[in-house]
Design a protein around this ligand. Structure first.
Ligand code: F0G
Length: 461
């Protein structure tokens, strides 16, 4: 297996390869991020994506049931008996005219990919099934992550459901939405709340994992991103294997966007698609490192020769000014995205753009997504707010086929949702206003009424 599947630095100039059995998060060769690579000529690959459809009729097979592993030929790093699955990836692509109208699209043009339907309620389960599989392959006994909440919920559910390893999760104190914290606690994960934010927690967990030989499940783990590629396979599946014009995704630690880029690059190389979609990554304006570096400072992949000095000087200024990420979309409240350089490759391959949206734009978009059917958490709504912005700029055309990825379930962060819907001119929510959310134009405010039949009937007239 080792000569057909291996790990390698993302730098095209680096030739050193590492076995799939090695637990690494950066290349020992050059310190860069790693890819899981395949020698496709020596692996069985379907001749068309349609071939995957035969697996739909085989739902009693645990791997065909999984929305990740039914595509296992496209992430063939694990022996089947080692694959750890909890039925992740049963998610849907839904066309939404009401959200499309809000974005400014023609009917039948806007689609929402609902990753909140995963077992732990976010897209993370796509990646965690792959990381858990690798952890199982290498015999890990303890796994850890830092998290803004969803990664911890996902890792915790995999550990509690499978009992294969113990879990330690690191979260920033006060930085995690209640729904997510509730999950980590309920699933029995050892939960360490450290003073600081996600960026601090990630730095610490990396040190702890190195010191203790603990298996790290953040998206610097290249195996996790292999699982996240399948979100795009399901999007294609939902479009009858046609490639959309745009994929719009929120950007936090930039694992998703990096994985999506890898997925499309590989599909094109394999001749399974004939073009790549354009990629739009949406930052919250209070956590906009990618936006600043890519759109304002012109940082590019540049065939792997990206300007490391530009990146270093950006972060040293950030450090000197003690700039911390600050957004109500707590899932993407991240200033030091670990997959930054891998994401540059995705932006390059998919002719990408990066935009930033305010918390006001995020919560307004979220209200429309909720009213249109499935709810999502604030970070997810950044995708729709970003699509609306790109449409207003004319970057997205009204008849383009646009897929917005809704990364997490609405129940993850009920506090933000209730605060928005309860906000009226008389009742201002402090947490919202400190994030410059000053109005709730699309609020569906609860109505207080006396416990009196006639008063209630009068209301309904
Ligand atoms: N949306 C949600 C709901 C998330 O939880 C995250 C990341 C993102 C978007 C950003 O995705 O990192 O791939 O760019 N949450 C991580 C966590 C960081 O710890 O749960 P990304």
């Amino acid at each position: 297996m080792n000569n057909v599947v291996y790990q390698k630095s993302i730098k095209p100039t680096s030739d050193a390869t590492y076995s799939v059995d090695q637990v690494l998060t950066t290349s020992p060769d050059d310190g860069e991020l790693l890819d899981v690579c395949y020698d496709w000529d020596k692996l069985p690959v379907p001749s068309s994506l349609k071939e995957f459809e035969s697996r739909w009729s085989n739902r009693s097979h645990r791997l065909d049931f999984s929305g990740v592993w039914r595509f296992r030929d496209l992430l063939p790093f694990a022996p089947e008996e080692k694959i750890v699955t909890i039925g992740e990836g049963q998610t849907i692509l839904q066309q939404s005219n009401s959200v499309g109208k809000y974005v400014g699209m023609k009917d039948a043009s806007l689609y929402l990919q609902y990753e909140g339907l995963n077992p732990s309620g976010s897209f993370k389960d796509n990646g965690m099934t792959a990381a858990a599989t690798h952890a199982h392959m290498v015999g890990a006994k303890i796994a850890a992550c830092a998290s803004t909440g969803n990664t911890s919920a996902s890792l915790a559910i995999f550990a509690s459901t499978t009992n294969l390893f113990r879990v330690v999760v690191f979260v920033g104190s006060g930085k995690i939405a209640f729904g997510k914290l509730a999950q980590a606690l309920d699933y029995g994960a050892m939960t360490i709340q450290i003073e600081g934010d996600f960026d601090d927690a990630l730095q610490r967990v990396r040190e702890v994992c190195d010191a203790k030989g603990i298996y790290l499940c953040n998206s610097v783990n290249p195996f996790r991103l292999e699982g996240q590629k399948t979100i795009m396979y399901r999007v294609l599946e939902g479009l009858n294997w046609e490639v959309p014009d745009w994929i719009v995704v929120p950007g936090g630690n930039l694992g998703n966007s990096s994985a999506f880029g890898k997925a499309f690059i590989e599909l094109k190389e394999l001749g399974l698609i004939d073009k790549l979609p354009r990629l739009a990554i949406i930052n919250a304006s209070g956590a906009n490192t990618l936006y600043q570096l890519y759109e304002e400072q012109g940082l590019r992949w540049n065939k792997g020769a990206f300007d490391q000095q530009k990146i270093d000087s950006f972060f040293s200024t950030m450090e000197a000014e003690n700039r911390r990420a600050n957004t109500l979309a707590s899932a993407i409240e991240i200033n030091r995205p670990v997959n930054l350089t891998k994401c540059l490759r995705a932006l390059d391959a998919c002719d990408g753009v990066v935009r930033q949206v305010t918390d006001q734009q995020i919560l307004d978009a979220k209200a429309h997504i909720g009213a249109g059917g499935f709810g999502c958490e604030p970070a997810s709504a950044a995708s729709v707010a970003g699509a609306k912005l790109l449409r207003a700029e004319g970057m997205i055309a009204p008849s383009d086929r646009v897929v917005c990825v809704l990364t997490g379930h609405g129940l993850k962060d009920p506090t933000a949702t209730v605060a928005y819907h309860s906000m009226t001119a008389e009742k201002i929510d402090d947490k919202l206003t400190t994030h410059q959310v000053t109005q709730a134009e699309f609020a569906n405010a609860p109505i207080a009424v006396k416990n009196d039949l006639q008063a209630i009937l009068d209301l309904l007239n």
